[in-house]
Design a protein around this ligand. Structure first.
Ligand SMILES: [Cu+2]
Length: 159
């Protein structure tokens, strides 16, 4: 079987692109530390009401001063609301959903997480300015999705 020279060029070109893309993924994974989320935590959404942390979600200050904000997203609200946290302090947000997939986006910041039933999403965020921040659900979750907003109140506290 003879393959036309242009056909060979296209095959080698396409093969070269595949190798290039795989190499780009491999190299960035190693050098840029691109990797799957390391925090995977599951939770039973059916028994959320009785859960020690998410049964009554609130902001807690640990003995070592760490601030943890536990949040439940559900049709069509975030609990607690407002979420009150101190300024210039790392806040660990721990978010889960009681029903369907919701979003948790803090408007005006780069904080954005998904609230997935069965899982706990976690990220750490430091507010450098006191004031009120809006939270928006950015995953369509039902008829009242457009009204699913919350508030974070960042207070001056100790500077
Ligand atoms: Cu929504």
């Amino acid at each position: 079987m003879s393959v036309h020279v242009y056909e060979k060029l296209w095959m080698w070109g396409a093969g070269g692109l595949i190798v290039l893309f795989l190499a780009a993924i491999g190299i960035t994974a190693v050098t840029q530390a691109v990797q799957p989320p390391s925090h995977i935590e599951t939770i039973n959404p059916a028994t959320l009401m009785d859960h020690p942390e998410f049964g009554d979600p609130q902001v807690k200050v640990g003995e070592d001063g760490t601030v943890t904000a536990s949040v439940v997203a559900e049709m069509f609200q975030f609990r607690p609301d407002p979420i009150e946290v101190p300024v210039n302090t790392p806040v660990v947000f721990r978010i889960t959903s009681a029903d369907v997939i919701h979003g948790f986006q803090i408007i005006g910041t780069n904080a954005n997480a998904m609230a997935v039933p069965g899982y706990v999403s976690q990220f750490t965020m430091t507010f450098t300015k006191a004031g009120d921040y809006d939270i928006a659900c950015n995953e369509y979750c039902g008829l009242m999705h457009h009204g699913m907003v919350g508030k974070i109140t960042v207070t001056g506290g100790q500077q």
